[in-house]
Each structure stands twice: as C-alpha cells, then as structure tokens.
Design a binder for this molecule. Structure first.
Ligand SMILES: NC(=O)c1ccc[n+]([C@@H]2O[C@H](COP(=O)([O-])OP(=O)(O)OC[C@H]3O[C@@H](n4cnc5c(N)ncnc54)[C@H](OP(=O)(O)O)[C@@H]3O)[C@@H](O)[C@H]2O)c1
Length: 277
C-alpha cells in the first residue's frame, strides 16, 4: 500500500516547501481552501517528479476535514500529516475566525486523522513563536480543554481575552498568540493520547518567515528580526526542511514537544538581545 503525506495549507508557503523535501515514493496530498492555488502547487510538485493531488478543505469545518481524511485514506496509508493551515493577525480582524481556523482546525485535524493512522505515523502541527509571548497569567489550560467539550464556550473565553488588547491589529495578534499557544499545548496533549497507538505528535513553532504571510506580518512584526541570532527572517525552504525532517519516520523518538524554529528570536528577545531595538 502506498504511503500518503497530507499537508494542510500546502498550496503555499512553508507547507508547500515541506512537500518538496518528502521522499518521492510518497503520495502527497496538498489541501487548502483555494483550488486554483492547490492546482498550481500540485503542478509544481509533479514537475519535480512527485505524485501529488489537490483536495480542498477548510480546516475550521469538521465535515470538510472528514472529507479530506476519506480522500487521503482512499489513496493509501496516511503516514504523515503536516498541519500548516493558518491565518495571521494581519489577515483578519475577526477574532473568532482566527481561533476557529488555527485552534479548532488543529483539533479537527488531529482527531479525524488519528482515527485512520497506524503505528509509525506522525502529525506535525504548525504553531508560531507568538505562542511564547503571552504572560503566563493569561494562559488557562482549563479553558483549552473546552475546545474538545464546548467549542462555543472555548471561543467565547478566548475572544473575550483577546479584546483586552487595544487596537484592531493588537487584538488579532492576541487571538493569534492564544490560538498558537493552544496548538502547542494541544499537540502535546494528543502526543500522550495517541502515543500508545504508535502515532507521534509534535508541534513546530516558526519565527518570522518570508512567506506571503510572513511578509505581510513583517510590516507589523518586523521588529522581531533584530532579535534573531542572524538578524534575518527565515526562508520558507528552511522551514520546509525542518517540517519534513520532524515528520520523517526516522525521527521516531520526537514526540510531545514543541520545536521552536525561529532563528533564536524568542530567546534573543527574552534575554540575549534585550537592548536591541
Ligand atoms: N510566515 C510566518 O512568519 C509564520 C510565523 C509563525 C507561524 N506561521 C504559521 O505557519 C503556517 C504556514 O504559514 P505560511 O507562512 O506558510 O503562510 P501561507 O503561505 O499563507 O500558508 C498558509 C496556508 O493556509 C491555508 N489556509 C488558511 N486558512 C485555511 C483554512 N481555514 N483551511 C485550510 N487551509 C487554510 C492558506 O490557503 P487558503 O487561503 O487557500 O486556504 C495557505 O495556503 C501557518 O499556520 C502560520 O500561522 C507562519
């Protein structure tokens, strides 16, 4: 049976770059909301010698995720899921939408794919280094548990917190940070739930990366650049390689952790480059 690698948000950015580092014998399924973008990305992969398919999926809708799972499973055994779908603060002022896509989308992806995955498979959830910027007093793990039991209450609580920030961009940024902090926590939770079934779950938190999304955010978040060890943005292909290696079966003991792949900017900001502007 063929091995299948599913990449949500795979029509662009680091998701698409990750596909390029996958072994060519795997069947690649790229998914996202925009078919034209996916078709273009699939053509790019085919030209490089990959077997690839496009399948639309809105990860913020469970039924849509279930359709993606059924499609991927019809092609072979789903071995790798890289969940790179997401929206950033500059893309929306709709706080609930940010939380639905980034946070609840991760719940649907992990829950639905884990039902068809077997020992030796892996889910990599893409978070963000903004998961690390929230004051610890803001983070309430009891509220995070609601994502699985009472979605509306979960959204209500996190939207309310995000509204504490002043200004539209800051509010979206707050909702984004909360959604990504949730992703780090949820990936860990799933690692321990699915671990006994032999499914590995890891999250990876990029810093500012020069994808379309990253370039958009750079206008607001560019102040991160001086805090990185090399004082630059990450390249999409660097993150693609990091994601592909974390998803590689040979990394079998990597589970239940977050990989902070941000050029050092979080630690630079917290300690080593504090004085820089
Ligand atoms: N670039 C950065 O600086 C940076 C930093 C930290 C974390 N991240 C995270 O890294 C991930 C990848 O981002 P990227 O930089 O590669 O940006 P990107 O090129 O914009 O990729 C995000 C992809 O997600 C898809 N997407 C958005 N909403 C979706 C939904 N509801 N359902 C399914 N797909 C959806 C988009 O396609 P459609 O719009 O066609 O659906 C897009 O292809 C995101 O989770 C992002 O939050 C990025």
């Amino acid at each position: 049976m063929a091995n299948v690698c599913v990449i949500t948000g795979g029509g662009s950015g680091m998701g698409l770059e990750a596909a390029k580092f996958m072994p060519k014998e795997k069947i690649i399924v790229l998914s996202g909301r925009t078919m034209s973008k996916l078709e273009k990305a699939v053509e790019e992969l085919k030209a490089l010698g990959f077997i690839a398919y496009a399948k639309t999926c809105d990860t913020s809708k469970r039924e849509s995720v279930q359709e993606l799972v059924a499609f991927a499973a019809s092609l072979g055994e789903v071995k790798n899921v890289i969940n790179s779908a997401g929206i950033s603060p500059a893309m929306s002022t709709d706080l609930e939408k940010i939380l639905r896509i980034n946070a609840l989308g991760t719940v649907y992806i992990n829950q639905e794919f884990s039902k068809v995955m077997n020992p030796g498979s892996v889910i990599v959830d893409v978070s963000s280094n903004s998961a690390y910027v929230l004051p610890s007093i803001i983070i309430n793990k009891k509220e995070y548990l609601l994502a699985e039991t009472d979605e509306e209450k979960f959204l209500q609580k996190l939207v309310k917190k995000s509204k504490l920030a002043k200004g539209d961009y800051q509010r979206s940024g707050f909702a984004y940070s909360l959604s990504k902090n949730f992703v780090v926590w949820y990936a860990k939770k799933c690692a321990f739930e699915y671990g006994l079934k032999g499914i590995r779950v890891v999250s990876l938190s990029p810093g500012l990366i020069a994808t379309d999304m990253g370039n958009l955010e750079a206008k607001e978040g560019g102040m991160l650049i001086p805090f990185a060890a090399e004082e630059r943005m990450g390249k999409p292909e660097e993150l693609g390689y990091a994601l592909a290696t974390v998803a590689d079966e040979r990394n079998g003991y990597l589970a239940g952790v977050d990989i902070l792949c941000d050029g050092g900017s979080t630690n630079g900001m917290k300690e080593f480059k504090k004085k820089k502007k």
